[in-house]
Design a protein around this ligand. Structure first.
Ligand code: FAD
Ligand code: NAP
Length: 313
């Protein structure tokens, strides 16, 4: 059954940006409605320890996000489990269609849809997705108890995933296309000290190898970027950790984007190219992409929306 809900402020996304916008907008008496999407709590629900969110020396990612949701709800933000499948920003009130059939109309919108894991784009990678190929060690690491895995990438995510996977796997091989990592030094230090981890530098992945029946990964063919020499590494799990791309499909043909799909905001604010539409968090940020910066932008978006809405009255 379809119904229509009107709200002054619709917040799309339930990561640190969305929930923080929810806290501030509720306290500004905007009665915000927040739609959670496919991943309630956002990217931090796919990790374990978070050690750089102020106020918590160490907190589990999923636990931090439950606390943020509770905080938003306690302040009066309505949190709805739905997925926005269509968003029309051409007229006001703005209109959003939920997967549930609900149509949401809103005087103002905060976009906080964050980012999603990137894949290498190899046909063999696609073939084994869910059958040995994964982009989430926290979700799938458990299946590799007593087995060997590879992790592809050289950023914070790749290093954290490699370290986490040593809790289950007998051996973790990190394969990186350059000869240095871009992850934080403290993480690199832990990586290099871990006896279960081997790093293979200057190699790219050519193919994920596996069996047909049952479908499953058995190895990967990699190539030295300097010599062109190829070799095979045996593994049961293939974890891709090469970064994230902004989830801007809903607004790609409506808002100004830049840097490969990030929503462009007016510097020093969260205002987008359409009045009344604000954007926060990883969706707009190709530089910092941290939980605390996303939360900060969520706060800014709620304050910007409040100011804009009161100017409309
Ligand atoms: P996200 O957390 O990406 O949340 C996006 C939200 O939008 C999700 O709830 C999703 O369901 C929703 N959504 C998307 N599309 C729709 C739609 N169509 N309709 C409705 N909702 C939708 N940062 C740190 O500061 N410290 C760390 O230790 C750390 N560890 C990390 C570990 C991993 C494995 C990863 C992947 C990231 C890590 N980060 C860390 C980065 C941090 O998670 C992100 O910067 C932060 O989560 C971004 O917050 P966000 O609110 O912008 O978006
Ligand atoms: P990232 O920092 O963008 O790193 C991506 C890595 O993947 C880089 O090393 C890159 O190689 C490699 N890569 C990209 N495309 C590739 C390809 N096609 N083939 C092979 N390798 C490829 O992404 P991230 O590690 O996911 O981090 C994203 C953001 O989240 C960052 O801002 C990060 O700080 C944050 N984060 C923070 C924490 C934390 O604070 N503890 C944890 C996780 C994530 P090059 O180095 O050669 O470019």
């Amino acid at each position: 059954m379809s119904d229509t809900r009107h709200t002054k402020l619709l917040i799309i996304g339930s990561g640190p940006a969305g929930y923080t916008a929810g806290v501030y907008a509720a306290r500004a008496m905007l009665n915000p409605l927040l739609v959670q999407g496919m991943e309630p709590g956002g990217q931090l629900t796919t990790t374990t320890e978070v050690e750089n969110y102020p106020g918590f020396t160490e907190v589990q990612g999923p636990e931090l996000m439950v606390k943020m949701e509770e905080h938003a709800r306690a302040m009066g933000c309505e949190v709805v489990m739905d997925l926005i499948t269509d968003l029309n920003l051409s007229d006001r009130p703005f209109r959003a269609r939920g997967d549930s059939g609900t149509e949401y109309t809103a005087d103002a919108v905060v976009l906080a849809t964050g980012a999603r894991a990137k894949y290498l784009g190899l046909p063999s990678e696609d073939k084994f997705k869910g059958f040995g190929v994964s982009a989430c060690a926290t979700c799938d690491g458990f299946f590799y108890r007593g087995r060997e895995v590879v992790v592809i990438g050289g950023g914070n995510t790749a290093v954290e995933e490699a370290l986490f996977l040593t809790n289950f796997a007998t051996k973790v091989t990190l394969i990186h296309r350059r000869d240095s990592l871009r992850s934080e030094k403290i993480l690199q230090d832990r990586l290099f000290k871990n006896p279960k981890i081997e790093v293979i530098w200057n190699h790219t992945v050519e193919e994920v190898l596996g069996t047909e029946a049952p479908l499953g990964v058995t190895g990967t063919r990699i190539r030295n970027v300097h010599t062109g020499e190829e070799r095979t590494i045996a593994c049961d799990g293939f974890f891709v950790a090469i970064g994230h791309a902004p989830a801007s499909e809903l607004v790609a043909d409506q808002l100004e984007l830049h840097h490969g799909g990030y929503v462009k905001v007016i510097a020093g604010s969260t205002r987008t190219s359409i009045e009344g539409v604000f954007a926060a968090g990883d969706l707009t940020d190709h530089i910092y992409r941290q939980a605390v910066t996303s939360a900060g932008m969520g706060c800014m978006a709620a304050l910007d929306a409040e100011r804009w809405l009161s100017g409309q009255e």
